[in-house]
Design a binder for this molecule. Structure first.
Ligand code: ADP
Ligand code: MG
Length: 583
């Protein structure tokens, strides 16, 4: 096939433009991105070779090579991973398919338009813009790649200016080589940062890619003064040069080390590197278990929920390893969906290396490990709620929705999620604007005569405070939970009761404040109803098909009427939610 010129997709062009012209800090992360792609590609080759040995063409030493070249001011990153076909290069490199990249662009644009300070470092780290970051430091990027098992290779080249060329070529070893022709600021003695300097590169690898599972190798040219027989340097002798191939990364999996010897920064760095995160995690859970099943797990709760946590494109799940060998990314059968925000890995000799996803789902060990991990995480959360309230509230702000959705979904899954999670919920209430309470705390504050847990739904505190129904409750000093998130009510409806006390929406039926209110008021209400029987009948007739009943109420103070939902039917907020969903 002859050499062809292609245009980048419009969005890719925009991204490239941003990369080249707007991002000035932290450009060094390009190396982390390219190494991580190389490592991913080797993972794929490794995984596929488990069922198709021939793919490896006799070479099963997985490696990543770095070749800096001062003379041509290039840096080449090579891997012997899976490689790409012609079509894959066009699809993967020329277009932005990933929502993460798109979201990154939108965020950048927003921030720019708002005239704000765009913190590139955080942005890039958060979204992982990947391959395109090469154009932050290179004026030209050349990819030569051969897909494992295929005869022809592909050469792709671009100056990051909107077009790229692509042609077929030859390549001996399978995998991908990416050559970066560096911008003048990044090579030579006067460079801002010299990316052809072996020591600089070594530092970067240690900083960002130390735990990469495959050796990252680079040749060092060692200069030495010749020594005499006694080992003393010979004065005046010309220096000799020798090559030394070194592996730059330690590769020792952090989780295999003793917990007590690991510093918090080490956990944090590991987390950032493995998951392309930019912030230290909120929590780290490192466990070793022996017994019915043997495993080591290292789980993290990220400091912030990802922007797409509840979107379909978010892929939950933890990594699986067997005796430190990577087997699977994002195994979502291990933890329940309400823990979709948990990241991390599990390493167990009980996982077999070439197990298929289908078989894994049915694996007894996997289920057992999953149950244990779930229990651990819940225990940690309970402990945090008890001992470190501010931290727990922070957690709740980020991930509360996930637990509430979990409770709601247990309606279908029919498991005991409600029992597990109900004590972890927090709600604001009529008590104080700034505090959130657990259900336990609410119940502890209830006066003896109060039999139900009252709640109100609305879009914000203001709206609820102004509900006519609030008047009576306020007057009687009864605390009301404020459900401000649409999912709150679904969760509450699923829980049904707490500590033997039913939940009761203040906009539904009779508030049953009988014990709390005097018999006199009750009698008075009944009398008014009797006396106005005809009026009520007339109103009912006038509102046929609009309301199901009209009653005299003692719950109003200054408002003349209020709409309430039927005792049995859905609440007004839920009706609204259903109506919204239909539209
Ligand atoms: P991501 O790694 O998040 O998918 P990137 O922009 O880093 O996004 O890479 C885009 C895609 O290009 C990858 O998903 C992969 O399909 C392909 N790719 C990049 N580098 C390599 C490589 N070294 N070997 C094989 N495929 C690669
Ligand atoms: Mg990548």
């Amino acid at each position: 096939m002859a050499k062809e010129m292609h245009e980048f997709q419009a969005e890719t062009k925009q991204l490239l433009d941003l990369m080249v012209h707007s991002i000035y800090t932290n450009r060094e992360i390009f190396l982390r991105e390219l190494i991580s792609n190389a490592s991913d590609a080797i993972d794929k080759a490794h995984f596929e070779s488990l069922t198709n040995r021939e793919l490896l063409e006799g070479n099963d030493t997985f490696e990543i090579y770095l070749v800096p070249d001062e003379a041509s001011h290039t840096l080449t990153i090579s891997d012997n991973g899976i490689g790409m076909t012609y079509d894959e290069v066009v699809d993967n490199i020329g277009t932005i398919a990933k929502s993460g990249t798109k979201a990154f662009m939108e965020k950048m644009k927003e921030a720019k338009e708002a005239g704000g300070d765009v913190s590139d470092k955080e942005m890039i780290g958060q979204f992982g813009v990947g391959f395109y970051s090469a154009f932050m430091i290179a004026e030209k990027v050349t990819i030569v790649t051969r897909k494992a098992g295929q005869a022809t290779a592909v050469k792709w080249e671009s100056n990051g200016d909107g077009t790229y060329s692509i042609e077929e070529c030859e390549k001996e070893a399978r995998g991908t080589s990416i050559t970066l022709t560096l911008l003048p600021e990044f090579y030579g003695e006067k460079a801002e940062e010299n990316f052809t300097d072996t020591y600089k590169i070594e530092t970067l690898i240690k900083k960002y890619s130390d735990y990469v599972r495959y050796p990252i190798k680079m040749n060092f040219v060692i200069e030495e003064t010749p020594k005499d027989e006694e080992g003393k340097p010979i004065e005046g002798a010309e220096k000799t040069k020798r090559d030394e191939m070194r592996t730059l990364n330690s590769m020792q999996p952090l989780w295999t080390r003793n917990k007590n010897d690991i510093k918090p920064e080490e956990y944090n760095d590991f987390f950032k590197e493995l998951f392309h995160e930019w912030e230290a995690p909120m929590d780290v859970l490192h466990t070793k278990a022996e017994g019915t099943v043997e495993y080591t797990s290292l789980l993290f709760i990220p400091a912030h929920a990802p922007f797409n946590l509840y979107h379909n494109d978010y892929e939950p799940g933890v990594q699986l390893y067997s005796r430190h060998v990577f087997i699977m990314d994002k195994c979502k059968d291990l933890l329940p969906d309400y823990l979709r925000f948990v990241k991390g890995l599990v390493d167990s000799p009980d996982f077999s290396l070439n197990i298929s996803r289908e078989l894994l789902q049915q694996s007894r060990e996997l289920k057992l490990i999953g149950k244990n991990l779930e229990k651990n995480i819940l225990k940690t959360l309970e402990r945090t709620l008890k001992n470190d309230r501010p931290k727990y509230e922070k957690f709740w702000e980020e991930y509360g929705k996930s637990l509430k959705i979990g409770i709601y979904n247990s309606m279908y899954s029919g498991n005991d999620t409600v029992t597990k999670l109900k004590d972890l919920l927090l709600f604001v209430s009529s008590k104080e604007a700034s505090t959130v309470s657990s259900l336990k705390e609410y119940v502890e504050r209830m006066p003896e005569s109060q039999k139900k847990i009252y709640y109100a739904t609305g879009k914000d505190r203001e709206t609820i405070e102004h509900l006519p129904q609030m008047e009576l409750l306020r007057e009687k000093g009864i605390e009301v939970l404020f459900l401000l998130d649409p999912v709150d009510e679904f969760a509450i409806e699923t829980i049904r009761e707490y500590d033997g006390k039913q939940f009761h929406s203040i906009s539904r039926g009779d508030l049953e404040l009988d014990d709390v209110e005097s018999q006199e008021v009750k009698k008075e209400t009944e009398d008014i109803s009797k006396k106005n029987e005809d009026l009520i009948k007339d109103i009912k007739e006038a509102l046929t098909n609009k309301v199901s009943d009209v009653k005299v109420s003692n719950r109003l103070k200054s408002s003349a009427v209020c709409l309430v939902a039927d005792e049995q039917g859905p609440s007004i907020a839920m009706e609204q939610a259903f109506a919204d969903a239909k539209n």
